[in-house]
Write a protein that binds this ligand. Structure first.
Ligand SMILES: Nc1ncnc2c1ncn2[C@@H]1O[C@H](COP(=O)(O)OP(=O)(O)OP(=O)(O)O)[C@@H](O)[C@H]1O
Length: 425
């Protein structure tokens, strides 16, 4: 390699030398794009040559990078936001915007902002009609996310953020927002339909919540949204805890003791766990039965301290009496077994088996009868599903189902880098 001393000179040593380009961060602008070009364009003899793509001169290193496909065009990022807006919640869109801001080289961030502000602010619009206030709320949220990624929102041409710390009375906006969520009457009315067991459990839990509210804890040094959430919560519900390793629950116990400054279990908070140990247990890679059992909450020092409320009536399968009786027999291990591990499934829920292919087709036809005619019905498609224990079977079933859908298959490469397979008209 030659050396540069006001002009290029041959190296004096004849040994082969391999140089290395210095690193450049995307935020360094032209230097970053120049580095990109130097790493990919062979044989360029000048800066202008680097800026020439397929014989066409570009006005900047960045533009040359764009034409060479080395960086994403602003339009792809715009497409990415537009596409995400069709299925993502506004909070997820704001996070995406912040991620684009930090990790992609957007030249027209303001244009991206103007175009997608409406979709990024939909949730705020429910409780606020003032556009300027809504804009500030979105800006604040994005500012916070950028801060957590080590970037400052100022100086990029976004609207000015008014000087507030984003909280009322020192409260985090997430906490305020949570508190503002209303409960539908439909859900409140469910109380009146609880069965006796459920009602007893509900009253028991609410008694504890009321008692806990009258306790006062001395807290030393509380900070962070998560901590505030936990500190203010009257009741914490953790469903399907049977699938979790007991260490996870013990971590919550210690954290709450720490946050509440109280040595009682879970810092004195009322925590309700939902579980059913006859369902899925924690995953212990290549674990034996004993190791899996050892991982459950049953083996925790907390288990003895937990008050158990049993719900024994199967309300889901009320109409199917035989099923609501059969299922607990399996769970409790009282159903007759074949060998150690097998049980006989009633004929009514089994499809005839002759060979894999035929059985699979029969299964699809049983679960999705008249698929062709109903494929466009949301109600039909969303009320049935085939579950399988193995990914291979899922893939196989998926292929078979897709081939049965009417119209042509289109495969679209998502700008969010997922492969989306859609059935478009
Ligand atoms: N008291 C009730 N009256 C009528 N329907 C009920 C009642 N309780 C529950 N159900 C219905 O039973 C079904 C199961 O309820 P839910 O999901 O709350 O149970 P679960 O124990 O959490 O079930 P899983 O743990 O399997 O998810 C729901 O469709 C629910 O509407």
């Amino acid at each position: 390699m030659d050396t540069w001393k006001k002009k290029w000179q041959n190296r004096k040593t004849k040994r082969l030398q391999i140089g290395r380009l210095v690193y450049a961060h995307p935020a360094e602008g032209q230097r970053y794009y120049l580095r990109g070009l130097l790493s990919h364009v062979r044989g360029a003899t000048s800066f202008d040559a680097l800026k020439t793509v397929n014989g066409n001169p570009c006005s900047s290193f960045r533009e040359a990078c764009e034409h060479l496909g080395l960086i994403e065009h602003d339009r792809t990022l715009d497409d990415c936001m537009t596409e995400a807006a069709t299925f993502q919640m506004p909070s997820a869109l704001r996070r995406l915007f912040a991620t684009i801001f930090v990790f992609c080289e957007v030249t027209e961030i303001r244009q991206l902002w103007d175009k997608h502000l409406a979709s990024m602010s939909q949730d705020y619009r429910r409780n606020q009609s003032n556009d300027a206030a809504i804009e500030q709320m979105v800006l604040r949220d994005i500012r916070d996310m950028l801060q957590s990624m080590g970037k400052d929102i100022a100086g990029y041409g976004l609207p000015d953020l008014l000087d507030t710390d984003g909280s009322d009375d020192g409260e985090y906006k997430e906490v305020i927002e949570e508190r503002e969520i209303g409960v539908d009457k439909e859900h409140l009315d469910l109380f009146s339909s609880l069965n006796n067991e459920q009602l007893a459990g509900y009253n028991d839990i609410m008694d504890h919540v009321m008692k806990q509210k009258s306790q006062i804890f001395i807290v030393d040094g509380l900070g962070g949204t998560g901590k505030t959430y936990l500190y203010k919560a009257s009741l914490i519900i953790w469903d399907e805890v049977a699938m979790k390793k007991h260490q996870a629950v013990e971590t919550l116990d210690r954290s709450l003791q720490d946050i509440m400054g109280c040595p009682l279990p879970f810092g004195g908070k009322v925590v309700v766990f939902g579980w059913d140990f006859t369902k899925v247990l924690p995953v212990v890679t290549r674990g034996t039965r004993a190791q899996i059992t050892d991982a459950t909450l049953l083996r925790s020092y907390l288990w003895e301290k937990i008050r158990k409320i049993s719900l024994t009536r199967n309300m889901r399968a009320q109409a199917e009496t035989w099923f609501s009786e059969y299922l607990p027999r399996i769970g409790n291990g009282t159903e007759e077994t074949i060998g150690d591990d097998y049980v006989r499934l009633p004929n009514g829920i089994v499809i005839d088996y002759t060979e894999d292919e035929k059985a699979m087709n029969k299964l699809i036809e049983d679960v999705f009868p008249l698929l062709h005619a109903n494929a466009k019905s949301r109600e039909y498609m969303s009320t049935r599903a085939i579950l399988s224990t193995k990914n291979d079977h899922v893939d196989d079933l998926n292929d078979k189902m897709i081939s049965r859908f009417p119209r042509e298959e289109k495969i679209m490469q998502s700008t969010q880098r997922f492969l989306v397979v859609s059935m478009l008209e």
